[in-house]
Design a protein around this ligand. Structure first.
Ligand code: AHR
Length: 667
């Protein structure tokens, strides 16, 4: 018995030992798979492809920012558009033979940052029996060319009201069609002579693409009203004060490595007073400082720094905020017409405060909740640090002595206080020239680790300059190609960019990041012709350029392998790259043909020990002039399939195409 027992025990111990060894082996084995790329690869940036977001082309207000009310805080003004005033996009209504008075006032606002509000004096609410409907005095807002509402979805209404007369004021809040049919309604009654936020839920019985919000005071009395807001409950990830879900999802689907925000020229602004100051864009929306958008409209700052950081976190992208280098845009006041002489610099005696503002951002993003700014982040609902790694200073500024002095001051202060932060410098608006050279020199003299280059040019330039970064010094600053695009949204443009992007991957040891620009553009409200995603209130029209960006950014790797694809090396219209993602072990091939006819390529995967027998393939192909339009948003979309893979295979790249093949490894 004893013997048996012993044997049994021994056997079991052995089994246990074996399984521990096996489990340990599996663990080591799987860790090895996850972390060990194939031999001979070159380490490249794992943050290579990301997004550039700027509030241009109504990208934020009226676009990604899901607020449905336009001019919610009565802050529109003629500096933004000569026709605008605090009452723009509002209509005074007096149904049922009612009458009253209305004025714009500023004497006791909700917050000094939000100075204008309306006062309505309801003198008489009509009681004529012949009137069908609700009588009263009020306001109507049709948003940004009509509000899109969906049947049975919930919409969150809010407004700030200060009751100015003794008795409470009753309100009827409704969503109505253009013909006045009520889709949803709710009632509110005031209860305070101080500014108070009142809320209601509206659930439309029918869907409508051009609805209006109607706020009607149904009792006599006087009141002040401000910050009237209506949000769909279904924003991206259901975030309050959130983003339009369908547009945000398009961006999330790209799996960007990072998001740069809030611009662009919006960052350094049209004159010093218009620079984007991050501190004005956090906290309760009624306390944020709204301002003129350099692109000729209005910024509510409702989509502010908190929302940008939150969105980055929600989609797993690193935040890349870009702050002004304490100088305004060189084109301020329209001086681009006379050579861009409009740059203004903050007075030196204001620089310490400005530098502190930059340092405060880092504390706000990364500091503990016990720090002054970390506490503000926590108060907004995010006690955990955002893990900010990059800070951009300056946006394609003209490199003047004033710029250099201020850039040096800011970057030195950040380096000294926060050596853990990677500073991104700036090298002018073109791919070469005086600002480019001076920007790079300053950055290298100051040991700035990453420098932002911008260029918009024709497709041929991208084809002819694929070797641009091959000769960049590997022991100086790395490149952030922060804004680039070929002039157009046809297939020839998208595929020229794809060609260039394979070269960015090949040079991913010196090109740290790259982002196409601009990102979003609202139909009929664009200030920049070539953009990545067009949209209106209902429809999203992705360009071929969007699919190219998505196919690269959703298929990034961190090791680059050369000589995997054999093609005609004399044909500069052919390009290819091969990367491996060490997290998944997947090998990713990108095969580009800028010719209009198909071309042969040969893929040799011999260096990868074990590869799956099948791969996922996406092919974006079309004629050079093909594009997507609002009438046919799906003219150009990638064709997805599963293909057989062997160690060596031939591929016929269709004319004007990008092919991405993703292959799992089993070693
Ligand atoms: O992307 C559009 C504009 O182009 C950006 O605002 C600016 O930085 C560049 O000139």
């Amino acid at each position: 018995m004893k013997k048996t027992n012993r044997l049994f025990t021994c056997k079991n111990k052995c089994k246990l030992f074996n399984s521990i060894v096996l489990a340990g082996f599996c663990l080591i084995f799987s860790v090895t798979i996850m972390a060990q790329p194939a031999k001979g690869g070159k380490k490249i940036s794992s943050d290579l492809f990301g997004l550039f977001f700027e509030d241009i082309n109504y990208s934020a207000d009226g676009g990604l920012y899901a607020e449905l009310v336009q001019n919610r805080s009565f802050e529109y003004n003629p500096t933004e558009n000569r026709e605008w005033n605090p009452f723009s996009y509002w209509e005074y209504i007096a149904p049922g033979f009612s009458y009253g008075r209305i004025s714009v006032e500023t004497s006791a606002p909700i917050h000094p940052n939000n100075p204008h509000y309306l006062v309505l004096d309801v003198e008489h609410v009509g009681k004529e029996v012949k009137f069908v409907g609700i009588s009263g005095i009020g306001l109507k807002n049709s948003g940004f060319e009509g509000m899109v509402v969906k049947a049975n979805d919930k919409y969150n209404f809010s407004m700030f009201v200060r009751q100015l007369s003794k008795e409470p004021i009753s309100f009827n809040i409704s969503l109505q069609t253009q013909k006045g049919k009520v889709l949803a309604e709710s009632k509110i009654s005031t209860s305070s002579n101080d500014w108070t936020k009142y809320t209601a839920s509206l659930i439309p019985t029918q869907s409508n693409d051009t609805a209006s919000l109607v706020i009607l005071a149904t009792t006599e009395g006087k009141f002040a009203i401000d910050v009237v807001s209506l949000f769909p409950e279904k924003t991206f990830k259901n975030r309050p004060n959130g983003m339009r879900a369908d547009l945000a999802q398009m961006l999330a689907d790209m799996k960007p490595g990072f998001i740069r925000f809030p611009g662009g020229c919006l960052v350094h602004g049209d004159g010093l007073g218009n620079m984007y100051r991050w501190e004005n864009t956090i906290g309760p929306i009624e306390q944020r400082k709204e301002q003129r958008n350099i692109w000729g409209y209005h910024q509510t700052a409702g989509l502010g720094y908190f929302e940008y950081f939150q969105f980055c976190e929600d989609i797993g992208a690193k935040p890349l905020p870009v702050l002004p280098a304490a100088v305004s845009c060189q084109n301020s006041g329209g001086t681009w017409q006379i050579g861009g002489t409009g740059q203004k610099a903050l007075p030196i005696d204001e620089m310490q405060d400005y530098i502190q503002e930059v340092l405060d951002l880092i504390e706000w993003a990364n500091g503990p909740v016990t720090s002054t700014w970390g506490a503000k982040r926590a108060a907004a609902g995010h006690p955990v640090p955002f893990n900010l790694q990059y800070v951009g200073i300056g946006n394609e500024d003209k490199i003047t002595p004033e710029f250099e002095e201020r850039f040096t001051m800011v970057s030195k202060a950040v380096k000294e206080k926060h050596p853990e932060i990677t500073i991104v410098g700036t090298a002018g608006p073109f791919h070469s020239g005086e600002d480019f050279d001076k920007g790079w020199k300053i950055a290298n003299d100051l040991n700035i680790p990453v420098v932002d280059e911008h260029y918009y040019t024709d497709p041929k330039w991208f084809i002819s300059n694929q070797h641009r970064y091959d000769s960049y010094k590997r022991n100086a600053g790395e490149v952030y190609l922060g804004e680039y695009a070929s002039w157009g949204n046809k297939m020839r443009n998208a595929i020229s960019e794809a060609t260039y992007m394979t070269a960015l991957e090949r040079n991913g040891d010196v090109v740290r990041m790259a982002s196409y620009a601009p990102l979003l553009a609202k139909k009929n409200f664009t200030q920049w012709k070539t953009d990545m995603i067009f949209f209106d209130n209902v429809t999203i029209c992705p360009t071929p350029n969007y699919f190219v960006q998505k196919m690269f950014s959703a298929n990034q790797g961190d090791y680059y392998f050369d000589k995997v694809v054999v093609k005609d090396e004399k044909d500069i219209n052919l390009a290819a790259s091969c990367v491996q993602d060490s997290k998944t072990g997947d090998i990713i091939l990108k095969l580009v043909n800028y010719n209009e006819t198909s071309k042969p390529m040969k893929v040799n995967l011999g260096r990868f020990i074990k590869i799956a027998v099948e791969g996922e393939q996406a092919v974006l192909a079309g004629s050079a002039d093909a594009e997507n339009t609002f009438a046919n948003t799906k003219n150009i979309v990638p064709a997805i399939s599963v293909v057989k893979i062997s160690k060596s295979f031939d591929y016929s790249a269709p004319g004007m195409s990008l092919t991405v093949i993703r292959i799992k490894t089993k070693n």
